[in-house]
Design a protein around this ligand. Structure first.
Ligand SMILES: NC(=O)c1ccc[n+]([C@@H]2O[C@H](COP(=O)([O-])OP(=O)(O)OC[C@H]3O[C@@H](n4cnc5c(N)ncnc54)[C@H](O)[C@@H]3O)[C@@H](O)[C@H]2O)c1
Ligand SMILES: [Zn+2]
Length: 364
């Protein structure tokens, strides 16, 4: 069970291993005096559920730096506070920071590593499905500013990302589903065989099966899609934009939900709706098979709570999509699919098919 898979993500490597100690040894022994000390950034949950698992690699000294769990920690004050504690602990330019947690921990820890003493090395050890397949790969770091997500950030790749699916045992089901949606996206933009697995063998992706051997296999496939894209375009000047499939609509939905609803739509739910809408527009404009759109809609229906797009939001959504961070500020730009595995960045699209797609989504 100690297999170790290596995935090249361009400026760093991702290791997927069921044997945590083997994977840690692979990095730590080669990179630094194992007597450390290693500063480990955790949030309160990963401190409780995951931190002690690091001790499977014996003889290494770990010191936890604990932050509050959740998106609200993603702010500059947290970066400053961590840097201050690191100075008190006599961290220096040789220090290796370990980010043990979900995407919030890897985004903040990556940012700390990029600015502390003008940049130190760090290793991501993701513990949520979303961080394993997405956030902890590719070297984008960041924090939020006054409610605007990831407005402050850097490109600073980790030395390695170590993915140990065993951490998923303690992950709550809600977080599992959040991560699964990004794997649907990876399958659609870059891996037809993963898409077929999702459709033909949905049981393998159930929360109850998160510790199965098969889980490591599809997680590896999902990581490979992101790794391949990041490798081609580390600074998001071209093909990396394909990772934004589903997100043009999703970001607009999140903005509406943030401003109008008591209930804030989660990122995963917004992306799930966005994938269906953008697949629908892909069918209209680029000839994506309608069967794919229907399969996707049914995945969303069976895996997520009943979701609807508020008809009062339609006009707001279209205008927000024109202002998306990934857009140029004028036309409506969006990644669409010609077929599974063949995304395209399309510019200056008209509203018409997006409007239809909102109704199509609501019409379950
Ligand atoms: N840098 C990137 O390229 C990139 C890409 C996608 C998302 N992100 C960022 O990632 C963040 C979302 O990541 P997330 O969904 O992992 O959120 P998160 O880090 O907040 O984790 C979700 C919750 O699960 C808990 N958790 C994580 N692993 C656990 C485990 N094994 N056992 C028990 N509890 C566990 C966390 O404590 C937290 O409460 C967002 O801030 C997003 O902007 C970054
Ligand atoms: Zn996303």
């Amino acid at each position: 069970m100690n297999d170790l898979t290596r995935i090249d993500a361009g400026n760093h490597e991702v290791i997927v291993s069921d044997g945590l100690a083997t994977a840690l040894r692979d990095v730590f022994i080669k990179e630094q005096d194992p007597s450390g000390p290693y500063l480990v950034l955790v949030d309160e949950h990963t401190h409780q559920h995951c931190f002690r698992r690091l001790f499977e690699l014996q003889g290494v000294m770990y010191h936890p730096l604990v932050i509050g769990a959740g998106e609200s920690s993603k702010k500059l004050e947290t970066v400053e506070r961590i840097c201050q504690i690191m100075m008190e602990r006599k961290a220096n330019r040789q220090t290796l920071l370990v980010n043990l947690g979900g995407g919030v921990v890897s985004d903040i820890g990556g940012m700390v590593a990029s600015v502390f003493m003008r940049g130190i090395r760090y290793v991501n050890v993701p513990t949520s499905l979303l961080a394993m397949t997405d956030a902890a790969i590719g070297g984008k770091t960041g924090v939020d500013l006054h409610g605007y997500k990831n407005i402050l950030g850097t490109f600073h790749p980790p030395l390695k990302t170590i993915v140990h699916p065993g951490f998923l045992k303690s992950l709550p089901e809600k977080q599992w589903k959040e991560g699964l949606v990004e794997t649907w996206k990876h399958a659609l933009i870059g891996d037809g065989s993963l898409w077929q697995k999702l459709i033909r063998d949905p049981i393998s992706f159930d929360y109850e099966h998160r510790s199965n051997r098969k889980t490591s296999d599809w997680i590896t496939q999902s990581i490979s899609v992101k790794g391949r894209i990041v490798q081609q375009d580390p600074l998001e000047k071209g093909v990396r934009k394909h990772l934004n499939f589903g997100h043009t609509v999703a970001h607009a939905l999140e903005a509406w939900s943030y401003n109008h609803d008591d209930y804030i739509m989660t990122h995963g739910q917004a992306v799930a709706i966005g994938l269906v809408c953008e697949a629908y527009v892909s069918q209209k404009l680029l000839g994506l098979e309608i069967q794919v759109v229907e399969e996707l809609k049914s995945l969303v229906k069976t895996n997520l709570p009943a979701l609807k797009i508020n008809p009062e939001s339609f006009t707001f959504l279209l205008s927000a999509m024109r202002k998306d961070k990934k857009s140029d500020g004028h036309g409506l730009n969006c990644v669409l699919l010609e077929q599974v595995g063949a995304p395209q960045f399309c510019m200056d699209l008209s509203d018409e098919h997006f409007l239809e797609s909102f109704t199509y989504f609501n019409d379950f």
